[in-house]
Design a protein around this ligand. Sequence first.
Ligand code: ZN
Ligand code: ZN
Length: 290
Amino acid sequence: MTTTVTLTGTGVPHPSPGRAGPGTLVRCGDSALQFDAGRGTVLRLAEAGCALHELRAVFLTHVHSDHVLDLADVVMTRWLQGTLHASGPLPIVAVDGLATTFAARMLDAYVDDIEVRVAHVQPAPPQLDVRPFALPTEPTVVWRDDQITVDAVAVHHEPVREAVAYRVTTPDGVVVVSGDTRVCDEVADFARGADVLVHEACRASALHDLVRGTAFEHIFEYHADTVALGALAARAEVGHLVLTHLIPPPTTAEAEAEFAADLRRGGYSGPLTVGRDLTSVELHAPRGAP
Ligand SMILES: [Zn+2]
Ligand SMILES: [Zn+2]
């Protein structure tokens, strides 16, 4: 069996060519799980060969607009395509609070459009299937199907509240998706020995002097400094570190290499990928495993 991890977006709120908003797709057998749905997610899923009706669930890490901008598009487009592919409502798994409130309201702006479509083509309005879980201060199972178990744990993205990371366990291994967080022990513990860690990355140390006195100085405080992240990945003995949500978005190979250099400076010597949209990593079950 093979589990495939695909970055559906590696960008941030400020647009950068070729980088959609944040999102990670994990596929194992006929299970396809999407983590966050930033700008352009529907297009990137199509490019990754994942039809919307194939998604079993979408998981939200937190409610910063860049992570949820395309969630309504995912839900609406899957609903529209329901005339071609029976799929049913898409489970939206999220912390009970800001994220579930966002999900519950997000189609309100489309109420007139929905009414017209129902009058003409669609058999019924879209159904929202929000699956709330309490903010988990300890790793907690939030999803399980026949192939995959997903745990969540609260991370540190304050002043944004209710941010979580997810850990996906498949027959092929373990994938951790950090969401947005400063480097923290919770992720280090959560990702210990993981085969793949998809982590946000911010060159805070390297750009410290450049951003002093600007809004970015404050913003960088709640993102993951690349040098400290290198130390975390080494300590947690991560199998493969995949960087996403790149701040600042690199536009050249040299700029990507600077992210990698920061990680090495922090002490991580293992496999490392500075993510681009549609970067994919495969996990294979150990030889002899069922
Ligand atoms: Zn954020
Ligand atoms: Zn973000």
